[in-house]
Design a protein around this ligand. Structure first.
Ligand code: NDP
Ligand code: CA
Length: 315
């Protein structure tokens, strides 16, 4: 019952830059390919997630792990921003063999730990190509609410030196999930934006994450209207500058007698400092037909979230 991983293509973004047709193999020193991906925690996916259209075998680690590695390796990224990772040692070992190193910051009270068969806490991770980047600083950040109280969500910040010697900041985050938590995410986003402003100063910033918020939610506007001067990379995919139609597409079994729910929306983002990077390429999303009738995850894709991959030129 196995199936090949969904194949996707890059599209060049028409911005005023001479290098947009550079193939990845001739990437300049400061052209950086990044991947944003909520990988789907192994500890959650076969139980509490309730992916009723996905065969259990497709969610088994013995099957999923190969598609996860294939998705990570297919696009030759230089920096990975990962959320819901509960297999850090495993990913670290494989990416480590390929010249990467990474850091991980687990959630304070991961829901994975409450599952009978779990792999430890899930959290955010950043991996980078050791030969390209030097880690200058790392900050593990528990997101606070408006009252300064800790929440169960985190962000991971890494300051890097690029091959050219330029410095830039990377951040990965995974905000509180579920309907009814719009205000909660808004508060987490305001806190994160203030942390990033202090940390980044004038440095170029790439902020990636599963914001669990559709484009109309206040928390997305916190980032888009920030003094940091951020653009959402995937708005370059459409001619109108709108966000893509979906970054996740799934059907969950209804809990407590409720009907099953189909969810198809955009909640994952790559934000970058508008005047410090040029976005050169984006990895296109699969069509509905390519995703298939059972949606995500499936035998063809190991997470309910699609990866977002972008090439940036650091100015
Ligand atoms: P969140 O509300 O942010 O969600 C936790 C995870 O559940 C996320 O990874 C999320 O994925 C996933 N998720 C989202 N919607 C659903 C859904 N409808 N069904 C199943 N899973 C979903 O979690 P918190 O960090 O705030 O932790 C709260 C949760 O942790 C509780 O809801 C509980 O399940 C669990 N917990 C249990 C405890 C216990 O004693 N049993 C104690 C503490 C926590 P995504 O972000 O991709 O949407
Ligand atoms: Ca999830």
């Amino acid at each position: 019952n196995s199936a090949p991983l969904i194949q996707r293509e890059f599209i060049s973004i028409n911005q005023d830059d001479g290098n947009i047709s550079d193939p990845p193999s001739s990437k300049g020193d400061d052209v950086i390919r990044i991947m944003q991906w909520n990988m789907l925690a192994q500890g959650l996916c076969q139980t509490s997630d309730g992916f009723m259209l996905c065969p259990n075998k497709a969610l088994d680690w013995t099957y999923r792990q190969f598609h996860i590695l294939e998705e990570l390796l297919s696009y030759t990224a230089d920096i990975y921003f990962l959320e819901e990772l509960d297999q850090f040692a495993y990913i670290n070992e494989y990416l480590g063999n390929l010249g990467f190193t990474g850091v991980f910051f687990p959630k304070p009270d991961s829901p994975c730990l409450y599952e009978a068969n779990n792999y430890g806490s899930d959290g955010c991770a950043i991996f980078w190509r050791k030969s390209h980047f030097k880690l200058l600083e790392q900050e593990n950040c528990i997101l606070l609410n408006d009252e300064g109280k800790k929440t169960n969500q985190v962000a991971l910040l890494c300051k890097f030196q690029a091959p050219s010697g330029k410095h830039f900041l990377c951040a990965a985050t995974h905000l509180k999930s579920k309907k009814g938590f719009e205000e909660y995410r808004f508060q987490q986003g305001k806190f994160l934006e203030s942390v990033l402003r202090k940390k980044a100063g004038d440095l170029p910033l790439i902020l990636c994450g599963d914001f669990n918020a559709e484009p109309t939610e206040q928390v997305v506007n916190v980032m888009k209207s920030s003094e940091l001067g951020l653009t959402s990379a995937y708005t370059h995919l459409s001619e109108t500058g709108s966000e893509p139609p979906y970054t996740t597409w799934k059907v969950r079994a209804g809990k407590r007698g409720r009907e099953p729910e189909e969810v198809c929306h955009t909640i994952d983002y790559i934000f970058y400092t508008t005047n410090k990077f040029i976005c050169l390429k984006l990895l296109k999303f699969p069509t509905a037909a390519e995703i298939g009738e059972g949606f995500l995850p499936s035998y063809s894709y190991p997470s309910d979230h699609l990866s977002l991959v972008a090439d940036f030129k650091l100015l």
